[in-house]
Ligand binder design. Sequence first.
Ligand SMILES: NC(=O)C1=CN([C@@H]2O[C@H](COP(=O)(O)OP(=O)(O)OC[C@H]3O[C@@H](n4cnc5c(N)ncnc54)[C@H](OP(=O)(O)O)[C@@H]3O)[C@@H](O)[C@H]2O)C=CC1
Ligand SMILES: O=CCCC(=O)O
Length: 440
Amino acid sequence: MELNKSDSGLLLPRRQTAVFSSHLSLCLFCFCWALFCTLSSTPNSETKNCCIQSRDHSPTYCPFVFFFCPVSGLQRCLRRGMKLALKPSYGKLLCPAPMAVITSQASTTFCPPVPARLRVRGWPFSFLPGGSPALAVPVRAFSASASASEFPERVGFLGMGIMGTPMAQNLIKAGCDVTVWNRTKSKCDPLTSLGAKFKPSPEEVAASCDVTFAMLADPESAVEVACGKLGAANGMGPGKGYVDVSTVDGATSKLIGERIKATGALFLEAPVSGSKKPAEDGQLIFLTAGDKALYGSVSSLLDIMGKSSFYLGDVGNGAAMKLVVNMIMGSMMASFSEGLLLSEKVGLDPNVLVEVVSHGAISAPMYKLKGPSMVQSQYPTAFPLKHQQKDMRLALGLAESVSQSTPVAAAANELYKVAKSHGLSDEDFSAVIEALKSKQ
Ligand SMILES: NC(=O)C1=CN([C@@H]2O[C@H](COP(=O)(O)OP(=O)(O)OC[C@H]3O[C@@H](n4cnc5c(N)ncnc54)[C@H](OP(=O)(O)O)[C@@H]3O)[C@@H](O)[C@H]2O)C=CC1
Ligand SMILES: O=CCCC(=O)O
């Protein structure tokens, strides 16, 4: 066997020397990387409320992730007593590339949720029975005057549709104690199998939770669930909060808010921008208005479900902002549909049009996401067409209330109505293109 003389004078096999030096280089690289990132990073709004979601990370990697997390200012967050939450995007943003891959891997098998009694406040590690370390989400009690750093203990969620389901799932995965309800009970099954509790009415959910979210189809269902016979308002009271994340008009939101507040509870409207995929990825945008104390109290929950939130003042402003955004989106989609069909009619490849648009000033993620399937007449539902038409109708009502002229949106609304009359209500709203085809 060939031998090398090491610096210390020891004689080592040549292969061992090579292995030793490659390990040494790796350690050196890791150390330099951690040092560089620690020095170069500061806690920002991304890291401020971050916490490690135990289900998203294999415990094998958790300490590894944590080792690198000085990197991201995470240890500094901890030292300052901030809540910790690590989202895959967080990993992608701040960790080196290989880490991004590791941190975005979900591992429910190896990293079970941390039981509340085993969580250690202010320290991210807890030890599960069997000795496997997992990362814990510190949980604190909710109060109406809670600051942004507090975490409501028991969270209710009403409405397990396309949006409500992934939003509630993200809360469960983050370690929240979640209780769910849905008109069609079977849609709660995926949530209860993840650990959620079930209650048979909105009233009972609200009565058993500190804060209750509602994600319902339209103004009628939002009012029914909040103020109806077995509605959430009956279970509300001082020290509780109700957050309506459905897309409704301002008048509906005010009605619900008044009913909730009459019980002594707090109310926040918080409709969301972003569709099915952002809901799954915890990347929604919340447009909130109402009780600011409640906004502060639930901000950590909004951070789990979304990437940003706006506080817009009085109830009605969040609803108005959401309707204006969706009015623009509805018109954009109608116009895009016309463009796709016109390009095809004049002998162009609509796929190339999608590509051209994506390079220019009118580029929008929505076109890139939905264009290719629209060309193939496929409309996998993320945002149901019936909801887009509802939003156009409500936006036109808003415009009417202040005598604002909106002829483009009014024309687009007609197209959505035609699409609905062709049985496309439950297709994605991009199916509005079919209304233009059938006209010809
Ligand atoms: N999908 C999207 O991309 C987005 C949607 N939104 C908005 O979010 C809200 C929900 O959307 P989404 O999840 O897509 O819609 P879905 O149609 O998938 O879900 C609607 C939910 O409302 C419930 N519901 C409907 N009518 C009633 C009623 N009368 N009483 C009780 N519950 C009722 C449904 O219960 P059941 O299961 O029993 O039918 C279901 O839970 C809408 O306001 C929509 O405009 C906002 C942003 C994006
Ligand atoms: O209300 C639906 C919004 C859909 C989106 O923002 O992509």
